[in-house]
Write a protein that binds this ligand. Sequence first.
Ligand code: CTP
Length: 412
Amino acid sequence: MVGVGGGIAAYKACHLVRNFTEHGDNVRVVPTESALRFVGAATFEALSGNPVSTTVFDAVDEVRHVQVGQQADAVVIAPATADLIARLAAGRADDLLTATVLVATCPVIVAPAMHTEMWLNPATQANVATLRSRGIVVLEPAHGRLTGKDTGPGRLLEPEQIAQFARAAMAGANFTHDWQGRKVVVSAGGTQEAIDPVRFIGNRSSGRQGFALAEMAAQRGAQVTVVAGAVDALPTPAGAQIVRVSSTRELQEAMEAEAGDADVIIMAAAVADYRPANVAQSKLKKGAADTDLSVLHLVENPDILRGLTQRRAEGALAAATVIVGFAAETGDESHSALAHAQVKFARKGVDLLMANDVSGGQVFGKEDNAGWILSAHGTPQEVPSGSKLLVAAHILSAIDREIAQRRADKTD
Ligand code: CTP
């Protein structure tokens, strides 16, 4: 079910409904009275293929709020205005939407949209905290341009992002807002090593998994910085600061600058192991007397991840910092992808390693991911195939377990 509050962003609910129906979901749209001032019922009826009503007094014989609330696999409310959030927090049931939420036992996902002042107002924040304490997922709004000239937190997330969060919530992702006060630094995308002003050595990383990690950590309340190399045209992770880099050495510099006060560092970037020994200042020309384009001299790049774990071992980073690496592996005649990852886990000195099998074009640029999470405690945890957001949720849960384990070790 998609609930729609009465805000200017109500038009984006149309795209959200579309997103769900295109995935084969049967969508019931339940707007508030004021939502219909922005988008007409006919639009929602046409998009969803289902009747639209705002009140419990339509089709009384069907007891619609009970029927819709009980049958829904998820209730997604977008946009949720300050008023709607207040009514939900108070447990009101004065229209079909709020009454339905009281009936629903499925995941309820709320995507707020309002002016920054209204979002930050202690009344709204208290209402949000109340809803979260009841297990309702209240998504952090995006930062950005609002209806007027003002910018700040309060903008509705993109419909695609809301749909992905909703699917992750339905699949059991943990959205507990308990990473507040934690600084998370995530690297994402691929590095590019310049050969000359027009050519570079790069790789197929899309940046999706790193962005998904940043988004999930931000949704759990963390302060998040993404250090992004080359990434596909993806929306900026909601709630995260972004630092753009290109080469491995730029990535290293940015990671080291951010790592000092980080609680969690995740190296999801695909880093070029080598770079050209010399970068030509002007475009290299075929057939030029002084250049042989068939030979490229390379030098090894620093291992950023190993450098970070070493700095921690030397005391330059806090011992409590959790460091997570990635390993994209393919199996060969002698070793499976997982066996290669186990060797890498030991070599990198990380606390956790998310390993995936990338043979046959799996993972890179794809919407889904799967693999294993390796840790020093126990056997590798299998991560079933799911959206990169859901995989991100698994990785954050593994970090939760790592932190809990350290606390337990300390008290022993
Ligand atoms: N990594 C890094 N710096 C590098 C290379 C890799 O920080 N120069 C990080 C990646 O971000 C990833 C992890 O190390 O988190 C493993 O990357 P991968 O390319 O799989 O490992 P390599 O050390 O390059 O090992 P190999 O290519 O031999 O498999």
